[in-house]
Design a protein around this ligand. Sequence first.
Ligand code: ATP
Ligand code: ATP
Ligand code: CA
Length: 217
Amino acid sequence: MAQFAVIGLGRFGSAASLELMKMGHSVLGVDINSKVVDKYADQLTRAVIADVTDKAAVDELGLDNYDVVLIAIGDDIQASLVCVVHLKAVNVNKIWVKAISHAQHLILSKLGVDRIIHPEEEMGIRVAQMLSYPMVNDYISLGNGEFVVEITASERLDDISIGEVLRTNNDVVEVLLIKRKSQILVRPADDFILQAKDILVLFGPLNILRTIAPKLI
Ligand code: ATP
Ligand code: ATP
Ligand code: CA
């Protein structure tokens, strides 16, 4: 269990906070707006009204005790940047910031934060991937063009072995696991017989996964 602080409980910050709570972490939510704080007070470990552009208010929050502080203030770029400066002064472990403009990104990278998030661009890319590969339920990019993808097997794959589908042209794709109802089968062999609705988690280079994905649906 990790300790997180989320500053700004708008749609982005509140969604991140509630998901972290669901995952069993401790979350301090901070917002300047008392109505917003009231709304989430019961659902977070702690919720505090504070203006994070005020240095004294930031000092009082004791944010150096948290693993990561996520700044989720959107529209007020100036408030978000001033908050970063205050967090830097109290030696916060890790700072993640939601950014909305290139200028803000540039300043944040000069200030040296740990991660800059662009939700609109990142979500736009994910939606494009989902539109282009509707068979892919979910994916993780590992960098260097390598991906982990989750695919649900169609009726067509009922009674067919993994080898028959994946080993036709020296494909370098690994089946990491198969989920069948509540059962998880780790690293199934090539002679493993698939059933429709099996969920396959595959690892490999994107160009090869692209050729394989259509065979699975
Ligand atoms: P989202 O884009 O996530 O939906 P939003 O558009 O409702 O959020 P934003 O302007 O992005 O609102 O701000 C997110 C939250 O940050 C708001 O709830 C706002 O009250 C809070 N906030 C803004 N300035 C400060 C500040 N100086 N200190 C603390 N919280 C702040
Ligand atoms: P984002 O939230 O993705 O950063 P934005 O906040 O810059 O986008 P939005 O108001 O969400 O702008 O609109 C996205 C785009 O849709 C804009 O480029 C806008 O010009 C365009 N758009 C808005 N209304 C219409 C319309 N009626 N017909 C066609 N395009 C439109
Ligand atoms: Ca906003």
